[in-house]
Design a binder for this molecule. Structure first.
Ligand code: F6P
Length: 512
């Protein structure tokens, strides 16, 4: 059912997903299973030997990014069969529905319209929200503010934190941003003791305005802000939320509430008012360049054939490793200090989206879905977990992200990827490098807002493609709600009949 695409998407009749053919019943899946038997024991180095021009054939120049995926355990047949699988799963129609603002989040009957947030001609709601952000940036200029407290967690923190650190490598911020997430109270009080409350803006970023950690932190900061002047709350307190009532009850002036919408998932929301602190700190132009980079990747995703489509290629390779090589995890290793928060953001993006075990129609599945996503920033990762990658016996496919602006990290990154793939069998047993570790290299010429926007949007689309092929809802996260519910019961001492003996013992306090 195509929703009326108006100024804001309108709910049509509830969409019921018709059970699709099971993934493993597709002919392409069965051909991939057979193909796996023919390629699994060949080394990646052998695949280079057998394939002249492998680097040229297995690389893509996409908006803001160059991707070399030649160091993967694939050949032309693999890619052809994976592309067939994408067609068997009707990927093209799914992409159309995503961009049309259709209800692609069936279990919550919502759209997932994060792409609309970076449209150069957005709908009225988005336009008004963007204008409101720009207006606030203008209003505070020259008022002497020095710091922003961005209070949020999960998608209300991780995406903005990646962008903040990258922006900081591009230009100095006008105001210092402090992200208050799951801080303990001592760390928070130490931070507040270093700040001047008369020069600090406080933004509570929470779609629900009820997330426990965020509300605890917000309530701890409020008295500190309030004590600074009689009109501090009126002038310096803001909220980014869907829950206007709760924001008002907290003391946020109506004009200081910035809208969030249920058709944008938390982990996909960095393009929205969730990044208000970044617009205030770095200005609208840099944020707008981020949106433009993402929009360029959106156009690439919507128009390129599967074998020339970067998000699709990375998704298909991820499925190849997850479902055929049975890889349990995937590592994300950015070789740029400003991307230190990227693995954490990609962890939420992948694992909250793909950590599902029933199909869209609620049926159990006979195949694996989301892998565990982990990682760390290079080159410090070389002094932490690369040993296991180089000499361990666990196959971990790797995405490296690197820029060409700084020669040493670039060379370091290339050397690690090459060493992991080539190995070195000439060494004595304990020094031998097994090799055959697959990796994909994502290269940005420089770290700028445009290339960063393209990179972040690329991963959103990669995850969406995996969800379509696995026939799962990428945009809900019912699992997280259960933990929140039990935590609330434990906090309210309402748990006699609902916890196990070990939790009960711990609740009653075993520490002497
Ligand atoms: O982790 C669960 C989750 O709902 C995320 O999806 C979301 O980004 C985060 O908690 C924060 O939620 P809120 O923005 O409502 O505080």
């Amino acid at each position: 059912v195509l929703l009326g695409v108006t100024s804001s998407y309108s709910r049509s009749a509830p969409v019921q997903f018709q059970p699709m053919k099971s993934l493993t019943d597709h002919a392409s899946w069965q051909r991939l299973t057979a193909h796996y038997q023919t390629i699994k024991d060949r080394s990646i180095s052998d695949l280079f030997t057998d394939h002249n021009g492998r680097f040229d054939h297995f690389s893509i120049a996409a908006p803001g990014l160059f991707c070399d995926y030649a160091k993967n355990h694939i050949d032309q047949t693999t890619l052809s069969l994976l592309s067939e699988l994408a067609d068997d799963c009707d990927l093209s129609s799914a992409i159309d529905r995503l961009f049309a603002g259709d209800i692609v989040n069936a279990t919550e009957q919502r759209a997932a319209w994060h792409t609309a947030l970076r449209d150069p001609a957005p709908n009225t709601e988005i336009q008004n929200a963007q204008a409101k952000m720009q207006q606030l940036a203008t209003d505070i200029a020259g008022q002497g503010y020095t710091d922003i407290l961005h209070v949020g967690i999960g998608g209300s923190y991780l995406g903005p934190a990646v962008v903040h650190d990258a922006f900081s490598a591009i230009q100095a911020p006008q105001l210092r941003c402090h992200f208050i997430t799951d801080e303990n109270e001592q760390a928070l009080q130490q931070l507040l003791s270093r700040l001047d409350p008369t020069k600090t803006l406080m933004i509570v970023v929470s779609k629900s305005f009820s997330t426990a950690e965020t509300m605890v932190n917000a309530k701890r900061i409020l008295p500190w802000l309030q004590a600074s002047s009689s009109d501090a709350l009126e002038k310096q307190l803001f909220a980014v939320t869907m829950n206007d009532q709760a924001a008002k009850a907290f003391g946020v002036a109506k004009a200081h509430v910035f809208p969030m919408w249920d058709w944008v998932g938390g982990r996909f929301s960095l393009w929205s008012t969730v990044s208000l602190s970044l617009v205030l700190a770095f200005g609208w132009d840099l944020f707008s360049a981020l949106l433009s980079g993402a929009h360029a990747m959106d156009q690439h995703f919507r128009t390129q054939s599967w074998t020339q489509n970067l998000p699709v290629i990375l998704a298909l390779i991820a499925i190849w490793y997850r479902n055929f090589f049975k890889a349990q995890t995937q590592a994300m290793i950015p070789y740029h200090a400003a991307l230190r928060n990227l693995p954490g953001h990609l962890q939420q993006l992948h694992m909250e989206s793909l950590g599902k075990r029933v199909t869209q129609s609620g049926a159990a599945m006979d195949y694996d879905t989301g892998a565990v996503i982990w990682g760390g920033v290079g080159p410090s990762s070389q002094h932490s977990f690369h040993q296991l990658l180089l000499q361990g016996n666990t196959c971990v496919p790797i995405d490296f992200m690197v820029t060409q602006e700084d020669h040493l990290p670039y060379i370091n990154c290339l050397a690690q990827a090459a060493a992991m793939m080539q190995g070195d069998q000439s060494l004595p047993a304990h020094q031998r490098i097994s090799g055959n570790v697959p990796s994909t290299m994502l290269v940005m010429k420089t770290m700028n807002a445009n290339s960063l926007g393209a990179l972040l949007a690329m991963y959103e689309h990669k995850i969406f493609v995996q969800s379509v092929i696995w026939d799962i809802d990428a945009f809900d996260q019912w699992g997280v709600e259960s933990g929140k519910r039990l935590a609330k019961r434990l906090l309210s001492n309402d748990f006699e009949d609902s916890v196990d003996a070990s939790t009960m013992g711990l609740l009653k306090g075993v520490t002497q």
